[in-house]
Design a protein around this ligand. Sequence first.
Ligand SMILES: Cc1cc2nc3c(=O)[nH]c(=O)nc-3n(C[C@H](O)[C@H](O)[C@H](O)COP(=O)(O)O)c2cc1C
Length: 332
Amino acid sequence: MKIGNIELPEYPLFLAPMEDVTDPSFRHLCKHFGADMMYTEFIASEALIRDIAKSHKKLEITDEERPIGIQLYGHNIDAMVESTKIATAVNPDLIDINFGCPVKKIAIRGAGAGMLRDVPKLLKMTAEIVKATHLPVTVKTRLGWDSDEIIIVELAEMLQDVGIQALTLHGRTRAQLYRGSADWETIGKVKNNPKVKIPIIGNGDITTPQKAREAFDKYGVDGIMIGRGTIGRPFIFKEIRHFLDNGTEMEPFTVMQKVEMAKLHVKKSVEYKGERRGVNEMRRHLITYFKGLPDFKEMRLKLVTTTEPEKVLELIEEIGRTYGSFQFSLDK
Ligand SMILES: Cc1cc2nc3c(=O)[nH]c(=O)nc-3n(C[C@H](O)[C@H](O)[C@H](O)COP(=O)(O)O)c2cc1C
């Protein structure tokens, strides 16, 4: 599969952009376990232009992460064009536009999924961004604003016509937020529209190798993108690839393997974000790495309340000593 001139393997696996999750420390682990394409967390165009430090920091990418896309969002066309130029200067492999974020303060102001309510503006913005960069431009969006406005089948054709080179679809409406289940039938409809030639990447609720296989086989998508299923489980990419290649499940990762992963993740997170944020923003991963361990309540509490990196590393080692021989079952 190709996006512009980016070559991806057969059945490509994408790491979803996730704010405060897919920072360089987590991307390092996902890449190690076989993510084929990754993105930065979304970056507010206006903040980038105003030179806000936190937004600029999100532009940091390295060659080992390639292919990698920078994702931008905003409601103002000029600001989106300007920020596209700033992002292009960092030399990512593509620019992705976020037309899917459902968060109230973003969508109600007309950015993210809010753009789905003004299709002419959405198309004009996309066309201007395509003109503003030599890089491939892709879009990530939802099915529509709500169940009365499922516009994605027509919108996909229109986005293709203004020059995007791939479309990622999260199979929910804005109104659904993260509720209910992703509607893969509609993702399949977009993919199987003969007029749509650009790659379609399906997204929503992929948490197991079996669901990944089904997305490819039943709905025919060109790639799949995984979000929440990677949190505390960056190795899901390896599990899926193994299943796609062999039709069997891998042995579950051991506690000691997870201990090593968690330690590396803490170290990289602190390196990137500093001690306080580095530890805070790691927590949701930490808990998930060790989910399923028996009598874990007390340790879990310590993991979510300890703030010094050295102490967190010690706790993780203690988990190794206490549970080293524990066997995880195949996690469905
Ligand atoms: C914590 C969190 C942060 C997210 N941040 C972004 C973001 O920055 N950009 C984006 O396009 N989607 C974002 N999303 C949506 C995911 O990329 C993805 O579309 C959604 O979670 C559905 O996929 P999943 O079921 O595999 O999680 C975020 C989701 C979560 C849970």
